[in-house]
Design a protein around this ligand. Structure first.
Ligand SMILES: Nc1ncnc2c1ncn2[C@@H]1O[C@H](COP(=O)(O)OP(=O)(O)OP(=O)(O)O)[C@@H](O)[C@H]1O
Length: 249
């Protein structure tokens, strides 16, 4: 697979607030995703994690604040336009085309990005190979085992080497072994492809094991950020989890 240059532009949100009517899902949140590194976004249920992913990928316009790719303001770009700019995501639910096989699911994304059918199939096969799951290519998307469905979601997001990959709870429902495999894949995406990754997860241990920098949201506010040691030592993080949602820790 082609590697990206690690010193490309960053994807950043500055002072982002998202209001749904009178309710603020995010309040003045700033974060940056750099190429070639894995960043984490954690927080209890309803903290605003998915809303942040939606903002960074063009699925939700910020009410106030800016989203930039390098120096370029991209806060008003729609999701499909942002994907063409190299900002890709996965969804909590697989969202595969169940009437198609895996290869076609990936190829459709390539065609949507403006590539030919042939080039898209070649790229799809290359990604499945790189992910060490070439046997999935001809499998129908309907009825895939859960972890394979997740893998295909990631493969699809990796079509044509996006600069950024935002993963929304990719380990949900996985066993410890499967989550460990996923952690290995996420590391490879950053290290071998040079992609900047933002990992949203309830599995905090998984996040801390693969990320260099973690952002913590609680009730729409950024309450902490830093490396594993800083997050583990933070009383604010402990309060957010144990005060609001014991199960999430
Ligand atoms: N379109 C919407 N309209 C109104 N409220 C919304 C909308 N989207 C999200 N919210 C609310 O915003 C808050 C943040 O939701 P969000 O899904 O971003 O949190 P989360 O941290 O991803 O939660 P979870 O971990 O449970 O997935 C929640 O209270 C949610 O109900």
């Amino acid at each position: 697979m082609r590697a990206r240059v690690h010193n490309g532009p960053s994807l950043s949100a500055t002072g982002v607030t998202v209001a749904f009517g009178g309710f603020k899902a995010l309040t003045d949140v700033s974060l940056t995703i750099t190429p070639g590194a894995v960043h984490g976004l954690i927080g209890p249920n309803g903290a605003g994690k998915t809303t942040m992913v939606n903002v960074l990928t063009g699925f939700q316009a910020p009410t106030t604040g800016t989203v930039k790719l390098g120096e370029r303001n991209i806060g008003n770009l729609a999701a499909h336009a942002l994907r063409r700019e190299g900002v890709a995501r996965t969804f909590q639910a697989g969202r595969l085309f169940t009437g198609l096989d895996v290869l076609d699911n990936l190829a459709v994304t390539g065609v949507g990005l403006g590539h030919s059918r042939h080039a898209s199939e070649v790229e799809a096969l290359r990604i499945l190979d790189w992910m060490e799951v070439p046997h999935l290519a001809e499998k129908p998307a309907a009825g895939l085992p859960y972890t394979d469905e997740r893998r295909v979601g990631i493969a699809r997001a990796l079509m044509f080497a996006p600069a950024f990959l935002l993963l929304d709870e990719p380990a949900a429902g996985m066993s410890e072994t499967e989550a460990a495999d996923l952690a290995g894949l996420i590391r490879r995406v950053a290290e071998e492809l040079g992609t900047g990754v933002l990992l949203i997860e309830h599995n905090v241990e998984l996040v801390l094991s693969v990320t260099s920098h973690v952002y913590v949201l609680d009730a729409g506010q950024l309450i902490e950020e830093g490396n594993r040691a800083a997050i583990t030592a933070s009383q604010r993080v402990r309060d957010a989890y144990f005060g609001a949602d014991q199960e999430a820790a």
